[in-house]
Design a protein around this ligand. Structure first.
Ligand code: XMP
Length: 327
């Protein structure tokens, strides 16, 4: 492990030129560290792992093996975007595993949010470990650790131990090329590497994904209602210039129904809850003031386009007292 620390006096990367210089330096360091060996990376499609992937592809090409695990709880279009950007455009060595059924079967009937998180996390590691064991001659594991992660767990992070909680037989040396960067710097580097801005400026998305937004026991039909309503919200926020302005915005589908009326007939369907918040550090948050007309338009689209949904609610609760997610 090459121990890299952010020098006290390191200037913040704030221009394309600085980002390009950083990329050149890191390419040299990566090549020095890994030589002709193979490197494995769990590529979620989030900002950090995507930037690490793009950097490593530029430095060592096919020596990098990316594994994209689709746990079935990703947003609409996400797995397709990962395949399009990394496999089709960057010609990466990408292993794609669609494990939707496996995850949803494990989660069937589980209502406790923490238990849901644990199942998703453990299963994820299990799938990744299976892929790692199939490969020969992989000595390195790349991770999208960034500087705030290190500051937050200063005494916890000791090179070998944060290998994503992998089983002990998988003993990799870590490659962490963005570990000295803050998030805004990672984004600059991502742009300089040619990643699409939708990927680089993506809002935060929790590891358990839509699983904690499909409240209670996850069912496929309600999960689809979360995914479809989320896609509509994202589309409308982008159209109205809110996508870059609002820190995090998403939809939630609870596990209860209400009476409604559609095409003159009585319905008994789910509501969709809209959440849109702003924060600096996610410790506290305020609610975005979505214009009433936009809210009406969202109600119209969601209730007409998403099967099984008859109402839209808007969560006005700041954090505290509510958390940002509902579970
Ligand atoms: P809460 O709901 O605690 O969320 O106010 C604060 C931020 O953390 C995200 N979050 C998670 N991220 N795994 C993650 O990677 C999780 O289990 C998880 N739970 C919440 C949430 O989306 C928000 O940005």
């Amino acid at each position: 492990m090459v121990e890299i620390r952010r020098p006290e006096a390191m200037e913040r990367i704030s221009s394309r030129e600085m980002a390009e210089k950083f990329i050149e330096e890191q390419m040299t360091l990566i090549k020095e560290q890994v030589g002709d060996k193979k490197v494995l990376l769990a590529l979620s499609g989030g900002v950090d792992s995507s930037v690490v992937a793009a950097l490593l592809i530029k430095a060592i090409g096919k020596q990098l093996i990316c594994v994209h695990v689709n746990h079935g709880l990703l947003r609409k279009g996400e797995p397709e975007q990962v395949i399009e950007v990394f496999k089709n455009q960057m010609d990466a060595n990408l292993i794609y595993r669609d494990c939707t059924d496996r995850f949803l079967d494990k989660l069937a009937g589980i209502t406790d949010p923490e238990e849901k998180r644990m199942i998703i996390g453990n299963e994820f590691i299990e799938v990744f470990a299976e892929e790692a064991r199939k490969l020969d001659g992989v000595d390195f594991l790349a991770q999208g650790t960034i500087w705030p992660d290190i500051l937050e767990s200063e005494d916890g992070i000791k090179a070998h131990h944060n290998a994503g909680g992998l089983p002990e037989d998988l003993d990799f040396e870590l490659v962490e090329p963005v570990r000295i960067l803050f998030k805004d710097e990672v984004r600059m580097v991502g742009e300089a590497l040619g990643l699409p801005s939708g990927m680089v400026y993506r809002q935060p998305f929790p590891g358990p994904g839509l699983g904690v937004r499909c409240l209670g026991a996850i069912t496929r039909d309600r999960l689809e209602a979360v995914r479809e309503s989320d896609a509509i919200l994202r589309e409308e926020f982008a159209k109205h210039g809110l996508a870059e302005k609002v820190w995090q915005y998403f939809t939630i589908v609870p596990d209860f129904k209400s009476t409604g009326i559609k095409d003159g007939k009585r319905t008994y369907d789910w509501p969709v809850i809209v959440r849109a918040v702003n924060t600096k550090d996610a410790m506290s948050a305020t609610v975005e003031n979505i214009p009433f007309e936009l809210m009406q338009h969202l109600v119209d689209r969601i209730t007409h386009e998403v099967p099984g949904v008859s109402r839209v609610l808007y969560d006005f609760t700041p954090k505290p007292t509510g958390t940002i997610e509902w579970e």
